[in-house]
Design a protein around this ligand. Structure first.
Ligand code: NAD
Ligand code: UFG
Length: 360
């Protein structure tokens, strides 16, 4: 029975579609392409040699979401669709609350209506805010510090209420740490709009010559070299984590949160040095002030996912940098920009098509 993947054309969603198809799942993608390109779906099909149905639908468009459930006997949902830029969420919080929270509420209402009650949700380590101690365990206190993070925290609470109200729901809340890397084919990867906010796409763009130098935000943190420390996780490991969570929600009722991280923290300068080594390109950088809202150190205790999902990250930091670089090198401009994102950005019309339709 098919798995619905909302936001399946995005960075993590596309990698998860590959793993699902490789495992023999039937996959249906729902995406409004607000932050992705349909070309990613074509490439997922190319990598796997399998096809999937894709719907150009906005989660806020309830009738179209219902149509997707009407036309397909969906068994479980992996819900990636959401907006994720921290800075943007501070400028336009209502847009974030509307898109992420209302979108999730509509999805759950439709799921309920169609008797689909297995859900894997993309949460984030950002729900922990400034952690009291590291490594972070799932029962650490939550305290998101920006509107984006609060959408994730609020959705987690909404989903807990849903599961409490009706014990036939099965929900996994996956709290990702810092996803980087790309599929080893070099055909799919992270394709940020404009100037990247995150470290890895910024480093890659410096390496390829699109940006002059990296700004390292702060070197006075209480860390090994003064720069911020994060738990970077390969996107393919993360994608595989979704398959384990899917198996879990298909077999056990209730709601659980899981950290998906490696348990290892690397500093910004360690990342720069590793990337320089694997790419053979210089990564010029300057040390600047701290970025407002950043924390010093964040890494996971991934034991719960290991014990309960039978999942562990396998790919190391060199592999993450190598795969990010292969993607960047072979796709210096990301996905085919000839198919302009602008043209479809605000198109809320429910146009349906097969993924291959956009293969220009
Ligand atoms: P992404 O932007 O690449 O993918 C999100 C997808 O959702 C995009 O294809 C976008 O077009 C789609 N989308 C957004 N709003 C939609 C709506 N209303 N209706 C239909 N489709 C919609 O992001 P990603 O990095 O793949 O992240 C996937 C999920 O994981 C997001 O929910 C994000 O918040 C969460 N997450 C990401 C990170 C990260 O660092 N990448 C970390 C923690 C959590
Ligand atoms: N950094 C730089 N220069 C840059 C970009 C980042 O020095 O140009 C530093 C940051 O200060 C931080 C580290 O690199 O120390 C990682 O920064 P990212 O922006 O890549 O990632 P964050 O940990 O700040 O946040 C990301 C996502 C959040 C998500 C969080 C945990 O942006 O949405 O990971 O999953 F919640």
């Amino acid at each position: 029975m098919p798995i619905l993947v909302t936001g399946g054309a995005g960075y993590i969603g596309s990698h998860t579609c590959v793993e699902l198809l490789n495992q023999g799942y039937e996959v249906i993608v729902l995406d409004n392409f607000a932050n992705s390109n349909p070309e990613a779906l074509t490439r997922v099909e190319e990598i796997t040699g399998k096809t999937m149905k894709a719907y150009h639908v906005d989660l806020l468009d309830r009738e179209s979401v219902k149509e997707v459930f009407e036309q397909n006997k969906i068994e479980s949902v992996i819900h990636f669709a959401g907006l994720k830029a921290v800075g943007e969420s501070v400028s336009v919080p209502l847009y974030y609350y509307q898109n992420n929270i209302t979108g999730t509420v509509i999805l759950c209402e439709v799921m309920q209506e169609y008797g689909v009650k297995n859900l894997v949700f993309s949460s984030s380590a950002t729900v922990y805010g400034t952690p009291d101690k590291v490594p972070i365990k799932e029962d650490s206190k939550l305290g998101a510090t920006n509107p984006y993070g609060r959408t994730k925290q609020m959705i987690e609470e909404i989903l807990r209420d849903v599961a409490f109200s009706d014990p036939s729901w099965s929900i996994s809340l996956l709290r990702y740490f810092n996803p980087i890397g790309a599929h080893q084919s070099g055909r799919i990867g992270e394709d940020p709009n404009g100037i990247p906010n995150n470290l890895m796409p910024y480093i890659s763009q410096v390496a390829i010559g699109k940006r002059q130098q990296l700004q390292v935000f702060g070197n006075d943190y209480p860390t090994k070299d003064g720069t911020g420390v994060r738990d970077y996780i390969h996107v393919v490991d993360l994608a595989i984590g979704h398959l384990r969570a899917l198996e879990k929600v298909q077999s056990i009722k209730g709601i659980e949160a899981y950290n998906l991280g490696t348990g290892i923290g690397y500093s910004v300068l360690e990342m720069v040095e590793t990337f320089r080594k694997v790419s053979g390109r210089p990564i010029p950088y300057e040390l600047t002030d701290r970025r407002s809202g950043d924390i010093s150190t964040c890494y996971a205790d991934p034991a719960k996912a290991r014990d309960e999902l039978n999942w562990q990250a396998m790919r190391g930091i060199e592999q993450m940098c190598k795969d990010s670089w292969r993607w960047q090198y072979h796709n210096p401009n990301g996905y085919n920009k000839a198919f302009s994102k602008q043209n479809i950005r605000n198109d809320r019309n429910p146009v349906r098509y097969a993924a291959g339709f956009f293969n220009v």
